[in-house]
Design a protein around this ligand. Structure first.
Ligand code: UDP
Length: 477
């Protein structure tokens, strides 16, 4: 019987095809593989290279055609929302066909129907999987607080709290979601109805699943997780930080190095450059995989960094400055000369390895949730410049709840940039933030040890996956 159960452990995963969603799903795959699950990953053409299937020889990969062209130079929130809708519209039918095919293949070998773990943003896929009798769980790659915000949004619109109309309203507390203020809530962009519709679909996706997996930890968000569990009345598994769980499989080793599309050679160059610097002396600067900046902000950012005189390693993606396709064209005249010897610019970096390097003393981030968790997991304090989605809320937690960073909103000004960088990197205030970051890092590392809360959450998740598989298969008989 034990042998049969082991043989039947199989899980299907479908990440949303953005870097910040692919990374945690691949980490979850590695964690489940460590618990003896075999893994099938569906992924779309979009960002195909980010999945790097060659690195994971024992996963089965299945490509879903999406007929979506890649973002080039503009990635406003409204644009990204349209893209997400298009991906849902285009992928649902081909996914259904692939899923049916996989199930019929597995039926020959497996006793149980495997569970499907979907990204929260695949809101159209959940009902389709149910049609085929497949139990689903949802992976939320953002924080628990941000998911609480999604769930509360319709009521906040109804009460007139959002979308906010006047500047003074932005400072108002959102009583339902402490410690959030109106300005920490998801930005509504130019089309408030679009974001509301999207958030309602995501929340429904969570509600109709058999459980929510979140890349967070009780050490960071205990009260927020309790609220989520109460509101949804579903099991919630806070398994984070996923990338720090013990790795025992070849796939896990592969996913512990950043799963970006850049050549290993460039990664090596970054690390060697960092090796030449004293401990905690370098500011790492990266605004993730999607945000794009106003060219004026970019110029102020560049000169603020230069004027601070602090060593920096700066990721400038192609297309990360609005309407400027190439990095060289984005940098202001004279900047490279002014920062020669103190700064390094790359198009992509092995972020997790960089944050773990002893030379890093701070991280100027856009406050994407993965970047936030990765920074906390290495005890690195932050400067937070949020752009959209959950980034404003994450900033609130970093600066005011965990007190391990400073907020620096757009529009940027070079004098304020210089001040923020110096504050984080050279003052006692920065030291205090670093110490608090170190404390949180210690707490997170306890969570993933055996008997730690995130480790136990994985245990509980495994139990649910097996029981769902078993009960669904028995129903079919
Ligand atoms: N990342 C990376 N190298 C870079 C920039 C980003 O490896 O140069 C990774 C980063 O480690 C994180 C993900 O890309 O895992 C970005 O996710 P996040 O949620 O922070 O932001 P998003 O890109 O979704 O806005």
């Amino acid at each position: 019987m034990a042998e049969k159960t082991m043989k039947s452990r199989h899980v299907l995963l479908f990440p949303f095809p953005f870097q910040g969603h692919i990374n945690p799903m691949l980490e979850l795959a590695a964690v489940l593989q460590s618990r003896s699950f075999s893994v099938t990953i569906f992924h779309t053409d979009y960002n195909y290279e980010a999945v790097h299937s060659a690195k994971y020889p024992s996963y089965r990969f299945i490509t879903i055609p999406d007929r979506v062209s890649k973002l080039t130079t503009s990635s406003s929130q409204d644009h990204i929302l349209s893209l997400m809708r298009l991906l849902n519209d285009n992928c649902t039918t081909p996914f259904l066909e692939s899923l049916a095919q996989v199930l019929s293949e597995l039926a020959d070998r497996e006793s149980y129907v495997p569970c499907l773990i979907l990204d929260l943003h695949w809101y159209k896929i959940n009902p389709v999987a149910k049609l085929l009798g497949v139990p689903t769980l949802v992976l939320r790659t953002g924080s628990a607080a941000s998911l609480n915000g999604f769930i509360a949004l319709p009521a906040l619109y109804k009460k007139g709290i959002l979308p906010s109309k006047a500047e003074w309203e932005l400072e108002m507390a959102v009583e339902e979601l402490p410690p959030m203020r109106v300005r920490d809530m998801i930005a509504v962009g130019n089309d408030p109805e679009q974001i509301l519709n999207f958030v309602v679909l995501d929340a429904e996706n969570a509600r109709t699943s058999s459980g929510i997996i979140i890349n967070t930890s009780r050490a960071l968000e205990g009260a927020e997780l309790d609220k989520l569990q109460n509101d949804l009345a579903l099991p919630v598994f806070a398994v984070g930080p996923l990338h720090k769980h013990e790795k025992i499989t070849p796939e896990a080793e592969a996913s512990s190095t950043s799963s970006c599309s850049e050549e290993q050679e460039q990664d090596q160059i970054c690390m060697e450059w960092l090796d030449m610097h004293p401990p905690q002396s370098v500011l790492y600067v990266s605004f993730g995989s999607l945000a794009s900046m106003d060219p004026k902000d970019f110029t102020e950012m560049a000169w603020g960094l230069a004027d601070s005189g602090q060593p920096f390693l700066w990721v400038v993606r192609s297309g990360s400055v609005e309407s400027v396709p190439r990095v060289e064209l984005a940098l202001p005249d004279g900047f490279l000369k002014a920062t020669h010897g103190i700064g390094k610019i790359v198009e992509w970096a092995p972020q997790r390895d960089i944050l773990a390097h002893h030379a890093i003393g701070g991280f100027w981030t856009h406050s994407g949730w993965n970047s936030t968790v990765e920074s906390i997991a290495e005890g690195v304090p932050m400067i937070c410049t949020p752009f959209f989605s959950d980034q404003m809320g994450n900033t609130r937690y970093v600066s005011d709840v965990w007190k391990m960073g400073v907020e620096l909103r757009t529009p940027l000004d070079r004098v304020e940039v210089e001040r923020a960088v110096r504050r984080l990197m050279t003052t006692g205030d920065g030291e205090d933030m670093r110490a608090r970051a170190g404390d949180l890092q210690g707490m997170l590392s306890e969570c993933i040890k055996k008997e730690g809360c995130s480790y136990k959450a994985v245990d509980d998740l495994v139990v649910l996956l097996l029981s769902l598989s078993l009960s669904h298969s028995l129903c079919d008989i």
